[in-house]
Write a protein that binds this ligand. Structure first.
Ligand code: NAD
Ligand code: 0WE
Length: 274
């Protein structure tokens, strides 16, 4: 049934995955990979409309722990971690796969389109929410636990239209390092995965989307788009004992796109030589 090889790397481990919206979500690829290795998983979802999508997915990996949690709502954050404490007592891992900026912030000139409210809300939902979740999770996490968040290259380099989300991801990566330092003495590891573009809800409807996937495919070292299975595999590594001693890291899973400074031989190079 599962497309993920089974094993016991996560046997006896319990944790929370935040950010499944549907079967295309990166968080769902991670959930399937962790479940195939024996993890017991609780899910948060953002509002009633998404419950219909998330519930059958959760059930298919044997989970009946589904918690309504908008990360901007303190009461829902309180209730989420109280429910985990009541149900399990302790947890072993946290996956944070949440980002949002207003649509008006994600097109055209960064300096012209970034408003004070747009900036605040993008950084609140996309970066502070990891700090908040990490603090709450750390209170009930075992001392060999681990956390992972999802980021994107737009934090390090300018990607047209990514705009304030790039600033939020830069903050998220810095937060990852500071949280890693705070929780390191307890043996809790905290890392970020920088994924290449993947066709999810969050990547749909972005202007220039078709061009972006084509460009990434042409320019990447592997000359292909990012496979969510690779992202899920990296999450398994970082959340299991395989990732021992790795913390505060931003690990790129993008077909090597981040490593390239000039196009190799291939379609992109040809198009420039003609
Ligand atoms: P997705 O739309 O499936 O997931 C985004 C999730 O964020 C959704 O589940 C949504 O409900 C949740 N969310 C947004 N605002 C929220 C709020 N206020 N409270 C609670 N949840 C909220 O898309 P995805 O691509 O799987 O995104 C997951 C993560 O991966 C994001 O952090 C995104 O930035 C990151 N990422 C995506 C790509 C890509 O190309 N798809 C690449 C690199 C990194
Ligand atoms: O992190 C993201 C996207 C996150 C995201 C998506 C949306 C779409 C709907 C945040 N906020 C919103 N707000 C909405 O109203 N990615 C890494 C995917 C992505 O989004 C881009 C990209 C890439 C890659 C936007 C512009 C350019 C590139």
């Amino acid at each position: 049934m599962s497309e993920y090889p089974t094993g016991t790397l996560m046997a006896g481990k319990r944790g929370l995955i935040m950010g499944v919206a549907n079967k295309n979500s990166i968080a769902w690829a991670i959930a399937q990979q962790l479940a195939a290795q024996g993890a017991e998983i609780a899910f948060t979802y953002q509002g009633d409309k998404l419950l219909r999508r998330v519930k059958p997915l959760a059930e298919s990996v044997g989970s009946d722990v589904l918690l309504d949690c908008d990360v901007t709502n303190d009461d829902q954050m309180d209730a989420t971690f109280k429910a985990l404490a009541d149900r399990w007592g302790r947890i072993d891992f946290l996956v944070h796969a949440i980002a949002f900026a207003g649509k008006d912030q994600l097109s055209g000139s960064f300096v012209e389109s970034t408003t004070r409210d747009g900036f605040k809300s993008a950084l609140d939902i996309s970066a502070y929410s990891f700090v908040d979740a990490a603090r709450r999770a750390s209170e009930i996490m075992n001392d060999d636990g681990a956390m992972v968040t999802l980021t994107y290259l737009g934090s390090e380099r300018v990607v047209p239209n990514y705009n304030v989300m790039g600033v939020a991801k830069a903050a998220l990566e810095a937060c990852t390092r500071y949280i890693a330092a705070d929780l390191g003495p307890r043996g809790i590891r905290v890392n970020a995965i920088s994924a290449g573009p993947i066709k999810t809800l969050a990547a749909a409807g972005i202007g220039s989307g078709r061009h972006m996937f084509r460009f990434n495919k042409a320019a990447a070292a592997m000359q292909d788009n990012t496979d969510p299975k690779g992202v899920a595999g990296a999450a398994l590594y970082l959340l299991s004992e395989l990732g021992a001693s790795c913390t505060g890291e931003t690990h790129h899973v993008d077909g090597g796109f981040h490593a390239i400074g000039m196009p190799q031989e291939g379609p992109l190079r040809e198009s420039l030589e003609s």
